[in-house]
Write a protein that binds this ligand. Structure first.
Ligand code: ADP
Ligand code: GLC
Length: 475
């Protein structure tokens, strides 16, 4: 049973949703019975689900919350949506324009308790596979209040870290409200720099830990990438595995993608030029840009993604013959930075602020080069989509970006830089743009990237192996 705050297409803010949308289907195809538990947010109400439980009381602290459970089956996976209109029936997943919702500890503690309840009543889980801090209390409840419950005698838990930068930190004063006994407030348990961290609960109490690439599994054991959890992760390194994410090639394939103007493939690339022309037109860039390399960005605007480096080099970069299209939203300082670039270089830079799945596909198809200069990147999916779309990635050699992109002669699929500074990024973009002018060489690199295979089957097999080690009956 997967417990998550996101699952595509019902609730998505980033790659977590893509993973929880696709991994369960791949596991089901290999014969595992899989369920997914997520909140019934306002937009998740569009899912064609049936109400299977209503008026179920769930106790948290001294309060009782009434919950309904909606069930849906698709692709061999059962999804359970937890309904509580007051807590989940909102527009945002985690917050609104004023910031994070003040009751997120309650919202996600309730999700965890509800998952245990579903396991008692509807779908007995051998393994709870918990994603990020929002599911961190499942292993904590299982090892504390539910430890004597015979339902869970052989139940095992896995926590997958999708992003160590989000730790579910709350004041210790809320512990009682989410049914956490005071003794858990200890530096080797949930306490974290004077507060509590729900992610830390998951990391301490889970039977196994995973993260979404091999390189990130190493990096998070260092102070530079560990966000204060590196000591704990070093202590638990024997239980920590890095398993790279797959991608859903049914949705990300330039041969069939309904969002792009002309289809193309590794054996017939003609359509890619048409996709570029149409993207330039749609974003308001001049036709003359067909003769320049076009850089693309699709991203959350967060400090993780390294856009301050683009700010540092923009004045030099746009002296060169290049163009840039950007789609993203998030922190206003990056929105403003890209807006400033558009006003200074209107012939070269185009921006759309917002979340737009269709445009994301069109940027993947129409760009020549995809930029991901991340400060850190647990896995990253867009660079893998880019490979399939023949859009050569320029990435910082960190986490999953380093694991999925090769810059070695003979197997090169992209360009990488290591030092986190503007000079290194600028040098790498310039090297890529120079290579772009050698059309024959560039095309052979594109084709090599398009033939890479990151489908879910291989990653799902690694999760399967881990499940059977933890719980032999799932083998
Ligand atoms: P992260 O999860 O850190 O945001 P990933 O690369 O793993 O990074 O996944 C990002 C996912 O979200 C991809 O599917 C990407 O296409 C999508 N995405 C991010 N920003 C936007 C946006 N502004 N509009 C549409 N899709 C977006
Ligand atoms: C996180 C990470 C991203 C990863 C995604 C799915 O949001 O930032 O790198 O691809 O989770 O695992």
């Amino acid at each position: 049973m997967m417990v998550s705050s996101e699952a595509s297409p019902w609730a998505k803010s980033g790659g977590l949703a893509d993973v929880v949308g696709a991994l369960p289907i791949a596991l089901a195809q290999s014969g595992h019975p899989v369920a997914v538990v997520i909140p019934r947010y306002m937009h998740a109400q569009e899912a064609p689900a049936q109400r299977v439980l209503s008026g179920l009381p769930i106790l948290l602290g001294s309060a009782s919350y009434d919950v309904s459970v909606w069930e849906m089956s698709s692709g061999g996976v059962t999804t359970y949506f937890i309904e509580n209109a007051g807590l989940y029936g909102r527009e945002g997943l985690y917050g609104d324009r004023y910031g994070d919702y003040g009751d997120n500890h309650i919202r996600f503690a309730l999700l965890c308790k509800a998952a245990l309840e579903i396991s008692r009543l509807l779908f007995q889980a051998d393994i709870f596979h918990c994603h990020d801090w929002q599911a961190g209390l499942v292993p904590v409840y299982l090892k504390t209040s539910a430890a004597v419950d015979p339902t869970f005698l052989n139940t095992k838990t896995i926590t997958t870290i999708h992003n160590l930068g989000y730790q579910g930190i709350f004041k210790s004063g809320v512990m009682r409200d989410i049914s956490l006994p005071g003794w858990l407030y200890r530096s080797d348990l949930l306490e974290f720099w004077g507060d509590i961290s729900l992610l830390k609960g998951g990391l301490v109490f889970s039977d196994a830990l995973t993260t979404v690439s091999r390189k990130y599994a190493e990096e998070i054991q260092t102070p530079e990438y560990g966000f204060g959890m590196d000591g704990l992760l070093r202590a638990r390194r024997g239980s920590l595995t890095g398993i790279i994410n797959g991608v859903d090639y049914d949705r990300w394939n330039p041969q069939t993608d309904p969002a792009i103007p002309v289809h193309y493939s590794a054996s017939d690339l003609a359509g890619k030029q048409a996709c570029k022309r149409e993207l330039l037109r749609e974003m308001g860039l001049p036709e003359a840009a067909m003769k320049r390399p076009l850089l693309g960005i699709v991203s959350r605007f967060a400090s993780q993604k390294g856009f301050d480096l683009i700010g540092d080099i923009a004045w030099d970069l746009f002296e060169d013959d290049v163009s840039l299209v950007v789609l993203g939203n998030g922190e206003s300082r990056y929105e403003e930075m890209f807006q400033t670039l558009v006003s200074h270089f209107p012939e070269k830079v185009a921006l759309q602020i917002g979340y737009n799945d269709r445009l994301a596909h069109r940027i993947e198809a129409g760009s020549d080069i995809f930029l991901m200069p991340s400060r850190y990147e647990p896995c990253g999916l867009n660079q893998i989509y880019s490979l399939r779309y023949g859009t050569v990635p320029v990435v910082r050699a960190t986490g999953g970006l380093d694991d999925t992109i090769s810059d070695l002669p003979g197997s090169q699929t992209g360009f990488k830089f290591t030092d986190y500074n503007g000079r290194a990024l600028l040098g790498t973009i310039r090297a890529a743009c120079a290579a772009w002018t050698d059309r024959k060489w560039w095309t052979s690199m594109m084709i090599r990237g398009m033939r890479q295979d990151f489908s879910w089957a291989a990653s799902a097999a690694e999760y399967s192996r881990l499940y059977s080690l933890l719980h032999p009956s799932t083998a």
